[in-house]
Design a protein around this ligand. Sequence first.
Ligand SMILES: Nc1ncnc2c1ncn2[C@@H]1O[C@H](COP(=O)(O)OP(=O)(O)O)[C@@H](O)[C@H]1O
Ligand SMILES: [Mg+2]
Length: 323
Amino acid sequence: MPEHGHGHHGHGGQMTPEQQRQMIEQEIRLAKNLGQIKHKIVVMSGKGGVGKSTVAANIAETLQAMGYNTGILDADIHGPNIPKMLGVNMLEEEFNKYQFDAFKNIVEKDLDMTLPQDEQQKFIQAKQEEYKHSMFPVVASSGLKVMSMAFLIDSLDRPIIWRGPQKTGAIKQLISDCHWGKLDFLIIDNPPGTGDEPLTVLQSIPDADLVLMVTTPNVVSQEDVLKCVKMVEMMNIKNIGLIENMAYYICPHCGEKLNIFGEGNGEKFAEEMEITYLGDLPIEESVSDAPNKDSAISILDPDDEVSKRFVEIIEEIKKEFLE
Ligand SMILES: Nc1ncnc2c1ncn2[C@@H]1O[C@H](COP(=O)(O)OP(=O)(O)O)[C@@H](O)[C@H]1O
Ligand SMILES: [Mg+2]
C-alpha cells in the first residue's frame, strides 16, 4: 500500500488543508475509475464462513464466461482469499513487477517514438503523474480482472494487522485507485458484518446496482443477515437480494435432492425481510475448496448442477435489477 493513510483525519476530526486536498483528489479518482463500470454488485453476509467469497468468485467467473467484461474486488482485508479461489496467486514482489509492466504497456501504446528525446521524456513523466496512484488489476486466465489485498502483502501466512483508521483507508484506496478500465460488471466481496469495513465499501459505492446477501439456512446466519439488511436499508440502498448457500444436498448415489433444512427456507426468509430472493445453492464438493481440487469455480457446464444454478441466479439478477 502506498504511503499515506487516507481516512485518517488528524486529531480531533480536523483535517489539514493538505489532507483535504488528498481526500478530494481521491474522491475524483474514485469517481473516474468507477465511472467506467456499468454494473456494480456488492456481496455481503452477516458472518464469515457462509460462502460469500465462493459466491462472489463464481458469479464473477460465470459472468466473464458469459461474455461480460468483468472484475472482482476482494475488499476483505483480513481474509483476502479471492485470488486463491481463482488461482491467481501473486504476492507483493511479483505484483509490483506486474504493475510496472502494466504501466509500461500503457506508455508504449501511446508514446510517439518520432518525437525528440526530451519530448518523449516529458510524455513519460506526465503518464507517471497521471497513474501515480493507480493499481492495475491482475488478469486471470479467463480474462477476469482481480484486485485484492492479498497482492499487497509479502506472505499469506501471517495475519495482517490493521489498526483503526488504516483499515478503512486501505479499503477506500482499493476502491478508488484500482484502474479497471471499462467493465460490464464489478463484483465486490465485502468484509462480513455491519462494522466500519463493510460500511466503507457501501459508502464508497452508493450507486451499487445490487447488494447481494449470502446466508446459510441456519437461524444464526439469518439473524446476522437481517442486521446487514437493516444497515443497508438505513443507507437508503433499496436493491437487495438474497442467495441461500448450502441450502440442500444432492445424494451422490441416487441423485435425490435432500432439503436438510426444510423446503423454501431462503425464499420465506427473503419474503419476511421484503428483499428479492435470487435462488439457492447446494452444498457440494465441486463448490468447496477441498484440498484435492485446484479450483472451486464451476463455469458454464450444463451438466453441472452448481454451474446451472449460477447462470440461473445471474439471469434472475438481470431480470430483477438490471432491466
Ligand atoms: N455450496 C458450498 N458447498 C460446499 N462448500 C462450500 C459451499 N460454499 C462455500 N463452501 C466452502 O465453505 C468455506 C467458506 O466459504 P467462503 O466462501 O470462504 O465463506 P466466506 O467468504 O463467507 O467467509 C470454504 O471452504 C468454501 O469452499
Ligand atoms: Mg470470504
